[in-house]
Design a protein around this ligand. Structure first.
Ligand code: DX5
Ligand code: ZN
Length: 246
């Protein structure tokens, strides 16, 4: 599997002190920052948008290489992922991870814009994200099987291949939920098929669940409450890394 990448989710950070929380987390050993964008449609919760991302970007050094330290891993839990690509590039997003379900239009959004997005295939969206100069990720909710992604991952044209797949291990929308081990067979199958693929897991990860996720083959580990709720976040980050690299 590719190298272990630890991506604390700032959803569980102190929003009144977000810039400092971000730079501190990087100095505590985090590789990436996982930035959860929620629109109140695709998921039943709201977080923040481009102006906030722009502000926190200035507190964290830009990565010097693809997948490098300081990568802003934006998890787009939004009904209209195509609409926001340029905005997020402009505020310093490095990896734009959209939901497969939103790209194919099975979200609840009913606006005319959403309707036109429904015709946008994930393949076109990956290409578009790449054209804008970002890495592209594709996320799947628990109800979505991973085999829908095989064709995309195996695209002949590298511009249409995602750089990462995110397997949700909770229902997206909130931090602090219980880890769903039922999602791990998806990770196993992806890892078996694609030894070099970046496979991210998100939701309920922490010292008690990391071994299962790492054994299944995940190499990009998101953790919100486990890191920001810890007395010693650096220790938790180190532990997650050790378990993932093993
Ligand atoms: C949930 C978000 C996660 C969340 C994880 O919708 O996508 O990134 O912050 O939080 P924990 O690690 O607390 O489950
Ligand atoms: Zn997330």
């Amino acid at each position: 599997a590719p190298k272990a990448i630890i991506a604390p989710s700032i959803l569980s950070a102190d929003f009144a002190d977000l810039g400092a929380a971000c730079s501190r987390t990087i100095s505590q050993g985090a590789d990436w920052l996982h930035v959860d964008i929620m629109d109140g449609h695709f998921v039943p919760n709201l977080t923040f948008g481009p102006p906030v991302v722009a502000k926190i970007r200035s507190h964290v050094d830009r990565p010097t290489e693809h997948h490098g330290k300081g990568t802003f891993d934006c998890h787009m839990m939004i009904a209209e992922p195509k609409k926001w690509v340029k905005e997020f590039k402009a505020v310093g997003c490095d990896l734009y991870c959209f939901h497969y379900e939103a790209a194919v239009g099975s979200s609840a959004a009913e606006s005319p814009e959403a309707k036109s997005d429904r015709t946008t295939s994930p393949r076109e969206l990956v290409r578009y994200v790449h054209e804008q100069g970002m890495l592209a990720g594709v996320a799947v909710k628990p109800a979505t099987p991973v085999d829908v992604l095989f064709e995309l991952i195996e695209s002949e044209d590298p511009a249409e291949r995602p750089d990462m797949v995110l397997v949700m291990t909770v229902e997206p929308g909130f931090g602090g939920q219980k880890f769903m081990a039922s999602e791990l067979p998806k990770v196993q199958e992806l890892r078996k098929r694609y030894p070099d693929l970046n496979i991210e897991v998100d939701g309920g990860l922490g010292p008690g669940t990391i071994d299962q996720a790492a054994d299944a083959g995940a190499n990009v580990i998101v953790a919100g409450s486990a890191v920001f709720g810890a007395k010693d976040p650096a220790e938790v980050i180190a532990l997650l890394r050790e378990a993932t690299a093993a």
